[in-house]
Design a protein around this ligand. Structure first.
Ligand SMILES: Nc1nc(=O)c2c([nH]1)NC[C@@H]1CN(c3ccc(C(=O)N[C@@H](CCC(=O)O)C(=O)O)cc3)C=[N+]21
Ligand SMILES: [Mg+2]
Length: 298
């Protein structure tokens, strides 16, 4: 049962850090109970400091789950042929169940070629055409789902339950990594879905009709109070590094949190919302890939 949201209630802050920790605990328990050792390979090309931080966090989480965690650090000058050769060897490595190539890749490498070279059943990012197609055609149980939309949906479920029949959802942004798969997932849960983007006229007016808003455009503070229907569930996927009042760098989302929180029935903060869920879902996908390997019929 869900309680009808009211704008006069205090908004519920959806704690992604706590939810992610609980998920990781569940993954670790399953790994122990089933005696599995899921293997995750994370490939980092170049030395972008932000990417290094993400990749290190992924490795830490994998170890906390009882996984085999391998990190491949390749120089920024790596050729496409060398990277494809590494992917090939990981595809045929029986200890490895999940392969993630950290994006973005340097300019000399065709990222799409590399992603499509990953074995679909090891594609824990859910970016391979086969997994994209499974999601788009509704064969979701067979798919590895992209981690960020999967994490966002998990937070939405905490408030509204699994069936979103009768709910209007607006997804802001149409990227292949977040916006499009998010729309497919919400549709699969029976929501009435609208995707809006940079060429959409009157976006605020459309967004104001939504019971569920997912913002994933990378524009700091784009979504203000006049975009939000009172009682809406607001999921902020944006991760924007901006300069704070103290001159130091800080992380903000696509939603103007202070303006929107009083209107929302539930809202994710940045940081501490969708970001940690993304990493938790990567662990969940790696477990799923390992279980399928050990029990091919499931
Ligand atoms: N192949 C590939 N798969 C990815 O999933 C992928 C990628 N490449 N490239 C980069 C983006 C970005 N990404 C994030 C994951 C977690 C946080 C996260 O945990 N953020 C914390 C804050 C971290 C901080 O303080 O910088 C939070 O929102 O609370 C952020 C960003 C995964 N990505
Ligand atoms: Mg995006």
């Amino acid at each position: 049962m869900t309680i009808a949201p009211s704008s006069s209630d205090k908004p519920r802050i959806l704690d992604g850090k706590r939810t992610a920790s609980a998920l990781v605990d569940e993954v670790r328990e399953t790994v122990e109970r089933e005696g599995l050792t899921p293997g995750l390979a994370v490939v980092l090309v170049g030395d972008d400091p932000a990417s290094q931080v993400y990749v290190r966090n992924k490795g830490r989480r994998a170890e906390a789950c009882g996984f085999l965690s391998r990190q491949y650090d390749l120089p920024a000058t790596t050729t496409q042929a060398d990277l494809l050769a590494l992917i090939e060897s990981l595809n045929s490595d029986p200890d490895i169940h999940g392969i993630l190539v950290q994006l973005p890749l340097p300019a000399q490498i065709d990222a799409d070629r590399v992603i499509q070279a990953i074995a679909p059943d090891k594609d824990v990012d859910g970016f391979h055409y086969l997994n994209v197609g499974r999601l788009a055609t509704g064969t979701i149980d067979a798919a590895l789902l992209p981690c960020t939309p999967k994490g966002a949906l998990h937070l939405i479920e905490q408030v509204l339950g699994a069936d979103l029949s009768g709910k209007r959802a607006v997804v802001i942004g149409r990227s292949n990594i977040v916006g499009k798969p998010m729309a497919s997932l919400l549709l699969a849960r029976n929501a009435t879905v609208t995707v809006i983007h940079s060429r959409t006229p009157s976006p605020a007016e459309i967004c104001r009709q939504a019971d569920i808003v997912v913002a994933a455009v990378g524009v700091p503070g784009l979504v203000t109070g006049d975009w939000i229907k009172p009682g809406a569930v607001v999921i902020d996927v944006g991760i924007n590094r901006v300069e704070g009042e103290d001159g130091k760098g800080k992380l903000v989302g696509d939603v103007d949190f202070d303006a929107v929180a009083p209107l929302a029935s539930a809202i994710t903060p940045v940081p501490g919302g969708v970001g940690p869920m993304t990493i938790a879902m990567l662990m969940h996908n790696t477990l799923q890939a390992a279980r399928r390997r050990s029990a091919p019929s499931s």
